[in-house]
Design a protein around this ligand. Structure first.
Ligand code: HEC
Length: 144
């Protein structure tokens, strides 16, 4: 008598386990496994400090000095392409004539330290002096 009661209890326990499993299966978010892992992907894509994943970007940025044209194309062109706030335009001889008359030392000084609305370093804080000089040379050679 006691035995059969116990086995009845076991049967009930087993049935509950099955129910719980079935409930969990139903509780999964809708979608295929692929869709679910796709939704979760951005979480896995987060890069933490020290992770390998950031190195490719760092390497691309610091893979040697930029040429004068690269610096111009990245930083200077925003103002010097169309002459924002009176910036002398690339290739515009009339714009550059009075500038060149000041001499290269002054032009370099103003490239490095800025003047009026021309920001110091042409807004490139990470540029080396050589890169800035090359960018200046690039602009000057556009009117020579
Ligand atoms: C935010 C806009 C801006 C950016 C970016 C900028 N410039 Fe200028 N730049 C100016 C303006 C405005 C002037 C004119 C300043 C004046 O004479 O009042 C100027 C003037 C100059 C001059 C002439 C200075 C003189 O003494 O006549 C040089 C050289 C120059 N910029 C170089 C650069 C270089 C190189 C870069 C990029 C590395 C750069 N600029 C990026 C706005 C900018």
């Amino acid at each position: 008598m006691f035995r059969s009661r116990l086995s009845g209890l076991k049967g009930f326990t087993a049935l509950s386990v099955v129910c719980v499993l079935a409930w969990q299966a139903l509780a999964l978010p809708p979608g295929t496994d692929d869709e679910i892992s796709e939704r979760l992907a951005p979480i896995g894509a987060i890069c933490r400090a020290g992770d390998d994943c950031g190195q490719a970007v760092t390497a691309a940025v610091s893979s040697g000095p930029m040429s004068g044209q690269e610096v111009y194309d990245t930083f200077c062109f925003a103002c010097h392409m169309v002459g924002v706030s009176g910036a002398p335009k690339l290739g515009d001889t009339a714009d550059w004539e009075p500038r060149l008359a000041q001499g290269m030392d002054t032009l370099w000084d103003h490239t490095k330290n800025g003047i009026n609305l021309m920001p110091a370093g042409g807004s490139c804080v990470s540029c080396s002096d050589d890169e800035l000089r090359d960018a200046l040379d690039y602009m000057v050679s556009s009117v020579e």
